[in-house]
Design a protein. Sequence first.
Length: 251
Amino acid sequence: MEIDLSGKTAVITGGSRGIGRAITMGFAEAGANAVPLSRTKTDVEAVVEDVRELGVESRVETLDVADSAAVEACFERIGEDLGIDIVVNNAGINPETALGTPSAVEDEGFDLVTDVNLGGAFACARAAGPALSEANGTLINVASVGGLVGLPRQHPYVASKHGLVGLTKSLALDWAPDVRVNCLAPGYVATELTAEVQDNEKLRKSIERRTPLGRFAEPEEIAGPAVFLASDLASYATGATVAIDGGWTAR
Ligand SMILES: NC(=O)c1ccc[n+]([C@@H]2O[C@H](COP(=O)([O-])OP(=O)(O)OC[C@H]3O[C@@H](n4cnc5c(N)ncnc54)[C@H](OP(=O)(O)O)[C@@H]3O)[C@@H](O)[C@H]2O)c1
């Protein structure tokens, strides 16, 4: 069984690097037009070039997902030009200002993380809803193991990712049977987001020991499941959250 998404258009937030870039390239390799969105134009341009080299369409759009007016306008432009069949809400952050014990986290850090990780995903879903419905399309949210279990000293991140798991279920109910909505919950993946953790040998080793598969994932190992969930091979899946975590949540 092969996955062929030719003729479809996938929009991937946070598609300019890390997991989002791998998902963007995964969709392009499966034959879909693939549009990566992020705030940094030069990064977006580089991925768009790579996508076009695979012979599918793309376009350069910059977007801050926390700006809901910009989200509406961006999805409208893409929808008019290319249509929208697949949306991946992947943009996510976990900055220093949001880490630590509850007393160390100020409102600003909490709001920043929830505005991007959860509010941004909701805004993109809302903006893409009509196009997805018309296309009988599909939405994928990228949560985290932090959407399924607690992670100490990451309160805003964990709250936002649990929120995404819930949002996946409520959108799946509202949009069935026209639009399937699912969620991925990755474990630790080797990207810029985890660069400091990877560089801290003690912390990295403790995460590797805690992970049954004994290592961080490569971004491409999250892209495969995303392409699968968006394909007809997953035609009976909606409202589901799939852990791709090397066994982290099996403990
Ligand atoms: N790496 C992991 O171990 C891991 C594990 C579980 C889940 N995840 C989740 O997977 C997703 C991707 O993570 P990653 O590791 O690939 O992170 P990353 O390497 O830091 O990439 C994050 C992407 O999101 C974009 N982004 C950040 N803020 C944005 C905003 N306000 N609007 C639009 N785009 C924005 C970034 O581009 P700009 O900064 O240029 O906008 C970049 O393209 C996140 O949701 C993360 O929580 C990651």
